[in-house]
Design a protein around this ligand. Structure first.
Ligand code: NDP
Ligand code: HSE
Length: 412
């Protein structure tokens, strides 16, 4: 018998318990021994749940139980989850997690602890919900030098943008729907402000480039400044706005890592990935480009990835199959301000004066017609890529000259 414990009986944890308990026979065939959830740790009781009898409040019940082979951590955050993970690994139990925050910040520490105790720390569900991405990148693409990973990595924000575009919902209405569907983080500002996508791109970048990349070192912009006018302007330009996490190896060997809303041309593979779906393109020197796509959040898609990891820990002979990366390498990250993009800039108020000021500063601009966007807005694009630092300096000069710059967005 393989006994499993689940920490946190929320969206993900309850999905994991359901999936394991529903597929007991199938999983017994797959791993060669019966698999069941013995214990669930949560702060609350769940008297109406069919699994009420498995709920305990004290983690020691798991830590001290020699029967429990693998622990699923689905609490989230970096404090209690880290403490329980460390204790579970030290007690000789495999740990499987969906907690990207913990992996992104403390991956190397937890990999080392797992090694030291001869167990595994697996995190397939930490990026892309149900999409297989961690194992494919580490194993199926192992023949490649990976040069770029770009992805729609947050289901909540993709859901919000899609509902704003397709159903003309307000931002708040769309966010409420995403929360009701169980997609959003406990604090949804982590989704909206780009922190969740940042943790995920850091995990993918750490995996691709072999060294821990901390979310604290990454340039992050969320979708909080994206207005209905930007969405309409994108449409005029034949583009869609998507929050992207990007990790690129530049020609000088430094790594450009960022999270921001981008304008994506309609024909690009990521442009039509809508709703809660995530899409991740990985570029390698042999494979060229591959696209991974699927539900990026939600109870059962995420449980699918978690339980696959659980089963992996139970298969005989897998004990030393590790997916991990090394410690951070100082000086590896590029200065984002030096990296060039084309931009869309939206101005508000006296449009004629604003566009004249822009033309003086930029030399040449392409004015974007704003019919049907707003009579108070004007917009232009920069015809050639310019470094982000230069764009920001010019935007500041426009503001100093009294122009209201409502937003600026990068083209992919
Ligand atoms: P939930 O908030 O739904 O679930 C977390 C559960 O853990 C809650 O029941 C919470 O109780 C409980 N909890 C809090 N503190 C403790 C504690 N000290 N001991 C035991 N249980 C505790 O979160 P999710 O299931 O949505 O997310 C869990 C993790 O998975 C997070 O790291 C999240 O980022 C990640 N994730 C989530 C996805 C999703 O679609 N929701 C998808 C992929 C990853 P209470 O509610 O009372 O605080
Ligand atoms: N809040 C996250 C999202 C959950 O919306 O993508 C999945 O990691």
């Amino acid at each position: 018998m393989a006994a499993i414990a689940v920490l946190g009986f929320g969206t993900v944890g309850s999905g994991v318990v359901d999936v394991i308990e529903t597929h007991r026979e199938l999983f017994a065939q797959r791993v060669g021994a019966p698999v069941y959830v013995k214990t669930v740790v949560d702060v609350r009781d769940f008297p109406d749940s069919p699994y009420a009898g498995k709920i305990v409040h004290d983690f020691a019940a798991v830590e001290d139980d020699p029967e429990i082979v693998t622990v699923v951590e689905a609490i989230g955050g970096r404090r209690i989850a880290r403490d329980f993970t460390r204790r579970a690994l030290a007690a000789g139990k495999n740990v499987v997690t969906s907690n990207k925050e913990l992996v992104a910040y403390h991956g190397t520490e937890l990999f080392a602890l797992a090694r030291e105790h001869g167990v595994r720390y697996l995190f397939e569900a930490s990026v892309g919900g149900g999409i297989p991405i961690i194992r494919p990148m580490a194993q199926c693409l192992a023949a490649n030098e990976i040069t770029e990973v770009t992805g729609i990595l947050n289901g909540t924000t993709n859901y919000i943008l899609t509902r704003m575009i397709n159903a003309s919902l307000s931002f708040d209405e769309a966010l409420k729907e995403a929360q009701a569907l169980g997609y959003a983080e406990a604090d949804p500002s982590a989704d909206v402000l780009g922190h969740d996508a940042c943790r995920k791109i850091c995990i993918l970048a750490s995996l691709a480039f072999g060294a821990q990349i901390s979310p604290d070192d990454v340039r992050i912009e969320g979708i909080d400044r994206v207005a209905a006018e930007d969405i309409a302007l994108a449409d005029t330009l034949g583009c869609r706005i998507k929050l992207l996490g990007r990790a690129q190896k530049l020609d000088d060997g430094t790594l450009y890592i960022s999270v921001a809303p981008f304008l994506i041309p309609d024909g690009a593979p990521l442009a039509r990935i809508d709703g809660v779906f995530n899409g991740i393109t990985v570029r390698g020197d042999s494979v060229d480009e591959v696209l991974f796509c699927g539900r990026g959040a939600g109870k059962y898609p995420t449980a699918s990835a978690v339980v696959a990891d659980v089963l992996d820990t139970l298969r005989p002979g897998n004990a030393e199959r590790r997916i991990e990366w090394g410690p951070a390498l100082p000086g590896r990250l590029a200065d984002c301000r030096q990296v060039s993009h084309r931009y869309l800039v939206r101005v508000h108020g006296d449009v004629k004066v604003a566009l004249e000021a822009a033309e003086k500063l930029f030399g040449y601009i392409d004015v974007v017609p704003c019919d049907g966007v707003s009579i108070f807005d004007g917009a232009f694009t920069t015809p050639a890529p310019i470094p982000e630092g230069l764009l920001l300096a010019r935007v500041e000069k426009m503001r100093a000259a009294g122009v209201t710059v409502a937003n600026h967005l990068m083209f992919l």
